[in-house]
Design a protein around this ligand. Structure first.
Ligand SMILES: [Mg+2]
Length: 358
């Protein structure tokens, strides 16, 4: 029996919440992320609303560049972007309420991130009924939260996810199984989930820009060129995806990182950041419905941007803040001496992540 799958993605989630909650922000460009410090800030943009995106500002962009784009807009006579640090506790609360609405509406939900979820609509028995259900759901979210979501409906998770992204914000795109191949054909190769800068660069170097063109490669071509990922990609290019919607949250890891205001090797400053990061990771772990973890990963970025990760896995699994902090600290200490840092280079960023979640 063919499946009907939905994918819901909140629009500019963090920025939309800030705009909703502060009347004087309404209609203005909003950037949630690191402190720009008048152009001398470090770290990146977490979310930009659509007005800020019109300035060229987007997620993961260095905050200094976002600042410069905002200054350029001011020179053109447009409003300056409002830079906000973000209130992640609040975003998580709102996320939980939205996921609860979704779970009340459909039997099988797989939360993918704080503002994204797949859900199985096969029980509705027809695409028309699935569409009606999704319209009601979008309306409930709008009424209860005064926020917009974009929804995609398709024969599998791959198509649903691509569809939800296609008409943002407040989008709704429905792709029937018989149209899936044709739907993907004209899209840029980068729209296929899993295609990052590396795969995209490979295709561009070979004159391939659209999914349609990439289909000229056979399954074994792609395997030879890209290894196991090539086999996955081949299926995706043709719109095929058999992965099920898992009820359990399938996050493989929960983590966070922070860029220091100034590159440093001061163990007191770095230690304080480490404690903050560990506490944040544990909060997020719980917000996502997990209680235990086995692997702790510490990431360190040196001032010259060289980035190193070190991991340790424990048996039995761990769950307290103290255990997390102890493991992370054990991984961090060698970066203060010759073991990992013989030239005593200052650090720019540290990150903490937990994996093997239970
Ligand atoms: Mg989103």
């Amino acid at each position: 029996m063919s499946r009907i799958i939905g994918h819901l993605d909140m629009d500019a989630f963090f920025a939309a919440i800030e705009e909703r909650d502060t009347p004087r922000f309404q209609g203005l460009p909003i950037v949630v992320g690191a402190d720009p410090r008048g152009g001398a800030g470090r770290g990146v943009v977490s979310t930009a609303n659509y007005r800020a995106r019109a300035y060229g500002i987007h997620s993961a962009m260095p905050i200094t560049i976002a600042w410069r784009l905002s200054q350029a807009a001011v020179r053109r006579g447009d409003p300056a972007a409002i830079f906000l640090p973000g209130n992640y506790h609040r975003y998580e609360d709102i996320s939980r309420r939205i996921m609860a609405l979704l779970r009340a509406a459909v039997p099988l939900v797989q939360q993918r991130s704080v503002d994204e979820a797949y859900f199985d609509l096969s029980h509705t028995g027809s695409v028309q009924r699935a569409v009606a259900l999704c319209r009601r759901l979008k309306e409930e979210i709008r009424q209860q939260e005064r926020l917009t979501a974009s929804v995609g409906v398709g024969p599998n998770k791959l198509i649903a996810k691509i569809a939800s992204d296609l008409q943002k914000p407040d989008g709704f795109t429905v792709v029937e199984e018989k149209d899936a191949e044709a739907f993907l054909a004209p899209l840029p190769i980068r729209k296929v989930p899993g295609v990052g800068p590396k795969t995209e660069a490979f295709f561009h170097a070979n004159g391939v820009h659209l999914v349609r063109d990439a289909r000229a490669y056979s399954r074994s071509d792609l395997e030879t060129l890209l290894g196991k990922w090539g086999l996955d990609l081949y299926e995706k290019l043709w719109g095929r995806d058999t992965s099920p919607v898992h009820e359990a949250y399938t996050a493989k890891s929960v983590g966070t990182q922070e860029t220091f205001n100034v590159d440093t090797l001061d163990s007191r400053i770095i230690g304080e950041h480490l404690s903050t990061l560990c506490a944040r990771v544990l909060r997020r772990l719980e917000a996502e419905g997990f209680h235990r973890f086995r692997t702790v990963v510490l990431t360190v970025r040196f001032a010259n941007f060289r980035t190193v990760s070190r991991a340790s896995t424990s048996t039995p699994s761990l769950h307290t803040l103290q255990e997390l902090h102890q493991q992370a600290l054990r991984l961090l200490l060698p970066f203060f001496d010759a073991r990992e840092n013989p030239r005593r280079e200052p650090l720019r960023l540290i990150g903490v992540r937990v994996e093997k979640l239970e």
